[in-house]
Design a protein around this ligand. Structure first.
Ligand code: 1JT
Length: 255
């Protein structure tokens, strides 16, 4: 069986630990023959990401996506190490815990800007850095959640940041399409990652899925990762500006 990402250079941002969706995606990319470049944020994560990267024969680079300087340095490091890039996976989001726990109407200006900077603007900045490295076209994929288009309890400012992220996917797809660069999002169902655990009421979401979702179950990181493989591969060469739901069908429900 030929592998779907054989010989492709892929940058994956957002690996924090082995439960990260970004890590499941990196594992699937490795399985499919990609050469991997992972980023970590800050010295605290370095050792963890270093260890995870070793298993995937991946190179690692430090990058805080709120820093233009860090993104420029990452671009230069990738150019030196790989010369060109075929795929980018953006699996990064942040909001203050208080902003998730409080009603959306209470969101502070600083909390709103931080959530949007880390979770949405970072995709724009990374796309601008990556595009010149995607010399023979490429694929950029980000991760989103249903809270962008529906009101989900406790998601609050993150839902608004994800709405911005999904709109950015469409505008980036239009800008970069003429250069053969596709931009898409995966809307994952609830999955128990470290980020998710930090959110009040998250367990309820996991319990509702087996009762209500069309497939009557939760999704796992490997299923999200396989959609990411598809979006980075030639199988999706005609797909751009899209949001693909990997959520056991939950998003279709009215009720
Ligand atoms: C962040 C967090 C972004 C949790 C996230 C996220 N995108 C999805 N999740 C999981 C989730 C969270 C809630 C939810 C459903 C899924 C936490 C840190 C900031 C970034 O609704 C109950 C709240």
């Amino acid at each position: 069986m030929s592998r779907l990402l054989e010989g492709k250079n892929a940058l994956v941002l957002g690996v924090a630990n082995k439960w990260s969706l970004a890590y499941a995606i990196a594992e699937a990319f490795h399985r499919e023959g990609a050469r991997l470049f992972l980023t970590y944020q800050g010295e605290r994560q370095k050792a963890t990401v270093e260890e995870l990267a070793a298993a995937l024969q991946a190179r690692i680079f430090g990058c805080d996506v709120t820093s233009d300087e860090d993104i420029a340095r990452l671009g230069a490091e990738l150019n030196a190490a790989a010369g060109c890039l075929d795929a980018v996976v953006h699996s990064i989001a942040f909001a203050n815990r208080e902003d998730l726990a409080r009603p959306f109407v209470e969101t502070s200006r600083a909390g709103f800007l931080l959530a949007h900077d880390v979770s949405a603007y970072s995709l724009v900045a990374l796309a601008r850095m990556a595009a010149p490295l995607m010399r023979s076209g490429g694929s950029i994929t980000t991760l989103t959640y249903l809270g962008s288009i529906r009101v989900v309890s406790n998601y609050n400012v993150m839902g608004v940041a994800k709405a911005s992220l999904e709109a950015a996917v469409r505008y980036l797809a239009a800008d970069l399409g003429p250069r053969g660069i596709r931009v898409n999002a995966i809307s994952a169902g609830p999955i128990k990652t470290a980020s998710a655990r930090a959110v009040p009421g998250f367990s309820t979401m996991l319990e509702v899925m087996p009762q209500r979702a069309p497939l009557r179950r939760n999704v796992d990181p490997a299923e999200v990762a396989d959609v990411a493989v598809f979006l980075a591969s030639e199988l999706s060469r005609g797909v751009t500006g899209n949001v693909v739901f990997a959520d056991a069908g939950f998003h279709i429900l009215g009720l």
